[in-house]
Design a protein around this ligand. Structure first.
Ligand code: SF4
Length: 319
């Protein structure tokens, strides 16, 4: 059984001008020990999906439809008090801005200890200290640094500390939202390598959010490509990376350089993502699509199977 199964999740933001349709009809599954990538340009709704999973949406955000089944339990109807028991232990998150996510006035070790004590209040202080030291070691930080404050850590170390915190209560699923984005590319690569290694070593079930599909293909078994609040392509990560079907996925791949492949001119996707207060009729990608047809402006394509390994695409070119 899937450890996490999201079915028809629809999350909108209420504004004075109406509902911003940030994520609509999102469905995917994460099996035990599997990593799933969520990819797309900024503003496509991938972080909204992440925040919905933990039910930590900013003011105005509301889950309007769908189910989030964590080991069979639907999180959508749960109260804030019930969700506090699920966060860290059921689903935990590694945020992208490590300095903002850590409290600057508490020692790093104490903040990791807090995540353990919230779920296991009866554990002795000495055992908590031991577990914090082990967690820091797991993410490649010298355990004695538990006594440091966040400002005494480098950006990469802070991101590692956040990963340690996300692992503290032994969660069923870890969500990593653009980990290392604010760091330089070398440290970013180290953080991604650490996540990959932890996933293999600890058998983590993980959701990795990134705008870079090549990072996802290296780390994840599955990928969901999001555009303008909807999943437009879903399936095996390597298959989609090598043979993308949706014109948006094709554009996304061409927009990133390949280190190993031959040198080619990078092409950006013309235009910009639509206003989600009032998305285009039919296919939301139609104003930017090089293959647009009449039907695309009238009829919204649905995700349908194309090829094998559960590969699904929502595009009129294939159906
Ligand atoms: Fe392009 Fe039409 Fe496919 Fe949308 S449905 S991606 S507009 S071809």
């Amino acid at each position: 059984m899937a450890v996490l199964s999201v079915e028809g999740l629809t999350t909108n933001y209420k504004t004075l001008r109406g509902w911003v349709r940030a994520a609509e009809d999102i469905s995917f599954e994460v099996e035990q020990g599997e990593a799933m990538g969520l990819a797309g340009e900024s503003g496509c709704g991938k972080s909204t999906v992440a925040l919905s999973l933990l039910k930590i949406l900013p003011p105005g955000g509301k889950i309007r439809k769908g189910k989030i089944l964590l080991s069979g339990q639907d999180l959508v109807p749960l109260s804030e008090k019930e969700m506090r028991k699920i966060r860290w232990k059921g689903i935990s998150i590694v945020f992208q801005g490590a300095m903002n996510a850590l409290n600057p006035v508490f020692k790093v070790g104490d903040q990791i200890a807090e995540a353990i004590k919230t779920h296991e209040p009866k554990v002795a202080d000495s055992e908590v200290r031991e577990r914090v030291a082990k967690l820091l070691e797991t993410v490649g930080i010298e355990p004695s640094r538990a006594n440091n404050y966040p400002h005494e850590f480098s950006g990469g170390m802070r991101q590692r500390a956040l990963i340690a915190m996300a692992l503290a209560a032994d969660p069923s699923v870890v969500v990593a939202d653009e980990p290392g984005t604010a760091l330089d590319v070398i440290v970013q690569a180290q953080i991604l390598r650490l996540l990959r290694d932890l996933k293999d070593r600890l058998g983590l079930s993980m959701i990795l959010i990134s705008h870079d599909l090549s990072i996802i293909a290296e780390t994840c078994e599955k990928v969901a490509i999001m555009y303008a609040g909807r999943i437009v392509e879903y399936g095996d990560a390597v298959t989609i990376f090598k043979d993308p079907k949706h014109p948006y996925t094709q554009g996304l791949i061409k927009a990133f350089p390949s280190i190993k492949g031959e040198k080619v001119r990078l092409t950006s996707i013309p235009g910009s993502p639509p206003d989600l207060l009032n998305p285009p009729a039919g296919c939301r990608f139609n104003p930017r699509c090089p293959f647009v047809m009449d039907v695309c402006k009238r009829v919204e394509p649905i995700l349908e199977e194309h090829g094998d390994k559960g590969h699904t695409v929502s595009c009129h070119l294939y159906h």
